[in-house]
Design a protein around this ligand. Structure first.
Ligand code: NAP
Length: 484
């Protein structure tokens, strides 16, 4: 079975920052895969724009190299690559100056969908938005895509939102969080709202607790100085983890539409209780046998920035009253895993006399690696010897269930870019969501700053500081093992 590909309307996609890391590593290789799948109409074009003084031919060489370096199996499709490169143009443009803008205005067509990807630092968003209007390149139907970080606190996020709002309406702004583009994240909604089985159990009567883990094996490496200004809370929790929390906890929207879904997510963020300081563990990795410590990477021997965070949160509403949500994320951990785990409550009473174990249904939703879900159920251990119970997974790993079709599943970036062209904002964050998320995280960060909170150290390649284990052990629960 081959995945169904729905072509989009012809478009001109301008990538500001088209020579940067994100464009070369993710956006262009992703667009090439969409081209290969037949989703990109004949007369669509991608226009790179940055200050580098190259021409379109030079840009094509750069992107050919990027596909060779960052592409997957598709990098062997040399004929297709050549055809894809024909779709590329480049205009040298300075976001802060006037050079190149008239040339860009002449190039971008007005009779196709116009999308502008701001793959540059947020300090340039205002300049780009302003010039897109003053040079009449964008109109009311155009879309802009903006990248994280979307602010570093509530005030800066509000300022960014206001800057963009001067020139674009909310329905034109696509704030990308690539976690929302992942197949499993969307499947989470399909499983919750497309089956009769789960939703009746999705509440504090049946759910004991929920865990969200986003563990990375990489350390901050050469990005240390940049990372040191943000830390795990700003870099991961405020956006990715909170988005996952919203999807798992939200009420069923009335329909699968952008505002219906985002209204429900916003209600979750607003219902998040402030977190008690003793329900948060911050960590910083130490030096390993042949790896540097966080502080060495950050080139800041007195850095108090966290490279790991674990926290226990509560959502103050009828559905989730009393159900803890444990979240953790960190760098330099033992495995690369992103996973949401729903742990259901124990049976009130067991009819099986010899069974002294606690059997729990556990639904785990895996974003990476091996996107998929598995549901742990209790069955009789096969064979003689009486009624002995064991827990087995009902594995719903997509690669096995869907065969070839799963291999055609687009990567998060390419899927989201196609959603921009389609004008579908469901999987993008709305401005009020981003602000509500900062409103919740700001007091936590301010508390650390006021107290000069010192993160606990942890060994690289571990599951984080010991205190993160205690955070959940104190409640008689345990983290799911981090297994890749
Ligand atoms: P980068 O490698 O530093 O690239 C920045 C791009 O902006 C370059 O193409 C640069 O090209 C261009 N640029 C800089 N100043 C400009 C100006 N005045 N006018 C026009 N173009 C200008 O950064 P990146 O890693 O691609 O990241 C881009 C944005 O995405 C950042 O906000 C980053 O935080 C965010 N992001 C990146 C990643 C990632 O994986 N890399 C992931 C998530 C979010 P010239 O120097 O030629 O002008």
């Amino acid at each position: 079975m081959v995945a169904r590909v729905i072509p989009v309307e012809p478009f001109d996609l301008v990538i500001f920052g088209g020579t940067g890391d994100l464009a070369r590593r993710k956006i262009l290789p992703g667009l090439f895969r969409r081209f290969l799948s037949g989703q990109m109409p004949e007369d669509s074009r991608i226009i790179g724009a940055a200050r580098s003084d190259i021409d379109s031919a030079g840009y094509r060489v750069m992107i050919k190299e990027a596909i060779a370096e960052f592409g997957g199996e598709e990098k062997s499709e040399t004929k297709a690559i050549a055809k894809f490169l024909d779709r590329l143009e480049y205009v040298p443009v300075d976001a802060r100056g006037e050079g190149g803008w008239s040339e860009l205005a002449a190039l971008v067509r007005s009779d196709v969908i116009r999308a502008f990807y701001f793959s540059v630092g947020p300090g340039l968003f205002g300049d780009l938005a302003e010039r897109l209007h003053s040079y009449k390149i964008a109109d009311r139907d155009s879309r802009i895509v903006v990248e994280k970080p979307f602010g570093r606190d509530l005030a800066s996020a509000q300022e960014l939102n206001e800057t963009l709002a001067e020139h674009f309406k909310e329905d034109q702004i696509y704030r990308i969080d690539h976690y929302l583009g992942k197949e499993t994240v969307q499947n989470l909604m399909a499983v919750r709202f497309g089956n009769v089985l789960f939703e009746p159990l999705w509440n504090n009567h049946y759910v004991d607790h929920i865990q969200i883990t986003v563990a990375e094996t990489v350390d901050v490496g050469g990005r240390g100085a940049y990372y040191d200004k943000s830390g795990a809370m700003r870099d991961m929790v405020q956006n990715h983890l909170m988005q996952l929390l919203c999807l798992i906890a939200m009420e069923p929207p009335s329909q699968f539409g952008a505002d219906a879904v985002r209204d429900e997510k916003l209600k979750v963020i607003r219902a998040l209780e402030p977190v008690e300081p003793h329900h948060i563990v911050r960590g910083q990795y130490e030096a390993g046998e042949d790896s540097k410590s966080y502080r060495e990477h950050a080139e800041n021997p007195r850095s108090f920035t966290e490279s790991f965070i674990a926290m226990k949160c509560h959502i103050s509403n009828w559905r989730w009253a009393g159900v803890p949500f444990y979240m953790r994320t960190g760098k330099a951990m033992s495995e690369r895993v992103s996973e949401i785990t729903v742990v259901f409550k124990d049976l009130g009473h067991s009819i099986f006399e010899e069974d002294d174990k606690r059997h729990r249904n556990i639904l785990s939703i895996r974003l990476q690696p091996n996107e998929g879900m598995d549901l742990q159920v209790t069955i009789k251990e096969p064979g003689p010897g009486g009624m002995r119970l064991i827990d087995v997974p009902l594995d719903m790993t997509f690669a096995e269930a869907l065969g070839d079709e799963a291999e055609d599943v687009p990567d998060a970036y390419e899927r989201l870019i196609m959603d921009v062209i389609r004008g579908n904002q469901t999987l993008f964050m709305r401005g009020d969501e981003v602000e509500a998320a900062w409103k919740w995280t700001d007091p936590i960060i301010q508390g650390w700053e006021a107290r000069n909170d010192v993160p606990k150290t942890y060994e690289p390649g571990s599951s984080g500081p010991e205190d993160a284990m205690l955070l959940i052990h104190r409640d008689g629960r345990k983290w799911r093992e981090i297994k890749g």
